[in-house]
Design a protein around this ligand. Structure first.
Ligand SMILES: *[C@@H]1O[C@H](CO)[C@@H](O)[C@H](O)[C@H]1NC(C)=O
Ligand SMILES: *[C@@H]1O[C@H](CO)[C@@H](O)[C@H](O)[C@H]1NC(C)=O
Length: 333
C-alpha cells in the first residue's frame, strides 16, 4: 500500500517539476533557440519549451490539414514560437481601434464611377512600396502602416520612393491621441503629419523601437500630406477601388489568432477571425487571386523572415474577413 502511494506521489512530484516534454523534439528545440538567439533560466526554459511545443504541434496539425485540402494557407514555426497568444498580443499588436473617433475625422471617400477595375493590382511592381521593416518589441504597427501609405502617395506624386520616419510618428503623435509603442491609430498619424507640415525621413530620424521625445526637424522633412480619406466601413468593393486607383491603403485587421502569427504562405482564411475586434495596423498594397481564392496583398511589419517574405495574402470578398475593410484610410498628398 505504502509502496504504491509513494510511487504515485513521486510521479506527481516529477510531473510538476518537469513538464512531460516530447524528448524527440530536444534537438529541434535547441536548434530553434540558437537560430533565434534565445536563452533562458532553467525555470523559464521549461515554460517556454512547453509553449513552443504546443505551437509546433498546432502548426504541424494545421499543415497536415492543409495537405488534406482543409486550408488555403500553410503555417511555419518562427521567432514567435515561445510566446503565448496573450503575451504576443501585448507586445506585437498596437492598433487601437476607435471607430467613433475615426468617423469624425478625415474627408468622406466618394466612390468613383469606375465600373471596371483591374483583376489584379500589385503596387510593389510599380515602385510604390519600401522594403518590409521589423517593429521588434514595440507595438507601433500603426506607425508602419501610416508611413507605408504616405510613402506610396508621395511616390505617386513625386516619382521618388523615400523611406519615412516611423519613429517621428511614435514620438510626436501623443497630442493626436496615440500611445507610441503602446498603440495608436493611423488616422491620428495622418492628422499629425498634416498639422505638423511634414514627416521626417527614416535616414534622418531612424527607428529605435521605443518611446523617446519628439525630435522632428523641419530640415529633414521627407513628405507632406494635405489630408486623409476614410473608406466607407466594411465595404470591400470601396477598398478594392481605392487600392486599384489610389495606391497602398492603411487598414486595421484582427491578427490575434495563432494562425496569423505563424502564417507562411497561401490565402489566409481563419474562421475565428473577427471583423470588428481589430488589433493590428498593416498596409494593403494590392489584390489578386489564386484559382478561386481571392486575396488582398498585405505588407506586415514583422520582418522579411515572417510570412511570405514579410507579406500575407488575406482572403478578399469573404464577408470583410478579419475586418480588413472596417477601418481603411489613406493620406492625400
Ligand atoms: C475614441 O474616440 C472618442 C471620440 O473622439 C473618445 O471620446 C474616446 O475616448 C476614444 N476612445 C479611445 C479608447 O481612445
Ligand atoms: C513640407 O512642407 C513644409 C512646410 O511648407 C516644407 O518646409 C517642407 O520642405 C515640405 N517637405 C517636402 C519634402 O517637400
Amino acid at each position: 500500500m505504502n509502496f504504491y502511494l509513494c510511487l504515485a506521489s513521486l510521479c506527481l512530484g516529477l510531473a510538476a517539476a518537469i513538464p512531460p516534454f516530447d524528448r524527440a523534439l530536444d534537438s529541434q528545440w535547441h536548434q530553434w533557440k540558437a537560430q533565434h538567439g534565445k536563452s533562458y533560466e532553467a525555470n523559464e526554459d521549461s515554460l517556454r519549451r512547453a509553449t513552443w511545443e504546443k505551437n509546433l504541434k498546432m502548426i504541424e496539425r494545421h499543415n497536415q490539414e492543409y495537405s488534406a485540402g482543409k486550408h488555403s494557407f500553410q503555417l511555419r514555426m518562427n521567432k514567435f514560437g515561445d510566446m503565448s497568444t496573450e503575451e504576443f498580443k501585448q507586445v506585437m499588436n498596437g492598433y487601437k481601434s476607435n471607430g467613433s473617433q475615426r468617423r469624425t475625422k478625415g474627408s468622406l471617400y466618394r466612390e468613383s464611377l469606375l465600373a471596371q477595375l483591374p483583376e489584379s493590382v500589385d503596387w510593389r511592381e510599380k515602385g510604390y512600396v519600401t522594403p518590409v521593416k521589423e517593429q521588434g518589441d514595440c507595438g507601433a504597427c500603426w506607425s508602419f502602416s501610416a508611413v507605408g501609405a504616405i510613402e506610396g502617395q508621395w511616390f505617386r506624386k513625386t516619382g521618388k520612393l523615400v523611406s519615412l520616419s516611423i519613429q517621428n510618428l511614435i514620438d510626436c503623435t501623443i497630442p493626436e491621441g496615440n500611445n507610441g509603442c503602446d498603440g495608436g491609430f493611423m488616422d491620428n498619424a495622418f492628422q499629425y503629419v498634416q498639422d505638423n507640415g511634414g514627416i521626417d525621413t527614416e535616414e534622418c530620424y531612424p527607428y529605435v523601437a521605443q518611446d523617446t521625445e519628439c525630435k522632428y526637424k523641419p530640415e529633414c522633412s521627407g513628405a507632406n500630406i494635405t489630408g486623409f480619406v476614410d473608406i466607407p466601413s466594411m465595404d470591400e468593393r470601396a477598398l478594392m477601388e481605392a487600392v486599384a486607383t489610389v495606391g497602398p491603403i492603411s487598414v486595421g485587421i484582427d491578427s490575434a489568432n495563432p494562425s496569423f502569427k505563424f502564417y507562411q504562405s497561401g490565402v489566409y482564411y481563419e474562421p475565428d477571425c473577427s471583423s470588428s475586434q481589430l488589433d493590428h495596423g498593416v498596409l494593403v498594397v494590392g489584390y489578386g487571386s489564386i484559382g478561386k481564392d481571392e486575396y488582398w496583398i498585405v505588407k506586415n511589419s514583422w520582418g522579411e523572415a515572417w510570412g511570405d517574405n514579410g507579406y500575407i495574402l488575406m482572403a478578399k470578398d469573404k464577408d470583410n474577413h478579419c475586418g480588413i475593410a472596417t477601418e481603411a484610410s489613406y493620406p492625400k498628398v
